[in-house]
Design a protein around this ligand. Structure first.
Ligand code: 5RP
Length: 240
């Protein structure tokens, strides 16, 4: 497969690795991405989800070599604190040198669908404040075209039905994620049957619907680096 950037193996086995092992491998590789920043009292942006959790657990081994972290969810903040890592408010820190997070889907341009864990808004805000976005994902997340994974849209609760009708007009089949309240007190509509040809345009189009807080397309600000866990090792990719 052709891609930009170097490939390097961090783990190789005779048998296929499990998805969990691939997530562990990319979490380990992400530590190498932040190592040059250590010893400079930096605050690191930290994402949300099972892959990001593995990164947090490994980051704990470097505690003391950085100042602390900004978290993209209450769950990640709690996990960071449980490791004794100081958690800062983004309003206190301003720009962060790096943000490390997973994805639900990622394409060759390193545009992503995120928000499977309902943390999309805070993820997008931290990503916007990051000098570098490092995406960590197992190979199942790499797609040619975004949209097989239902695209999450965070809405303020009183606008949910209106936004759903607008999403139908755009060709999506929105489903209310029952029982989920985001860290911002909002609700999620998951857009099924919604293949995306132009992620940058669709991200802007969805954000223009009144009542939408954020959508899970990370295209205008995609990742700068993808660490992709494969059976052959961790591939380091940059946007094509
Ligand atoms: C949470 C996210 C996650 O990054 C995404 O869902 C991937 O999660 P996982 O690493 O558990 O597969 O966007 O809102």
């Amino acid at each position: 497969m052709a891609y930009n950037g170097a490939a390097f193996a961090t783990h190789q086995s005779e048998q296929d690795m499990t998805q969990d092992e691939l997530k562990d491998a990319v979490a380990a590789a992400a530590l190498d991405e932040i190592r040059p920043l250590l010893g400079r009292q930096v605050v690191i942006g930290v994402g949300t989800g099972s892959t990001a959790n593995r990164f947090i657990d490994r980051l704990a081994t470097l505690r003391g070599d950085f100042r602390g972290a900004v978290a993209s969810s209450e769950a990640s903040a709690e996990r960071l604190r449980s490791h004794g890592i100081d958690v800062f408010e983004l309003n206190e820190t301003g720009t962060v040198p790096v943000y490390v997070d997973g994805a639900d889907e990622v394409n060759a341009h390193l545009q992503m669908i995120k928000g499977g864990g309902a943390a999309l808004t805070r993820e997008k805000v931290v990503a916007a404040c990051a000098e570098r976005f490092v995406c960590i994902a197992d190979a199942s997340k790499l797609v040619e075209r975004l949209g097989d994974f239902p695209l999450p849209v965070e809405v303020i609760p009183m606008a949910r039905s209106y936004v759903a009708r607008e999403l139908v007009k755009l060709g999506a089949d929105p489903v209310y994620r029952q029982g989920v309240v985001t860290d911002n007190g909002n609700q999620i509509l998951d857009c099924y049957e919604f293949m995306i040809d132009d992620p940058v345009a669709m991200e802007a189009r969805l954000n223009a619907i009144v009542g939408v807080v954020t959508n899970g397309l990370f295209a205008a600000r995609g990742a700068d680096v993808l660490l992709l866990g494969t059976d052959q090792g961790v591939e380091r990719r940059t946007p094509q």
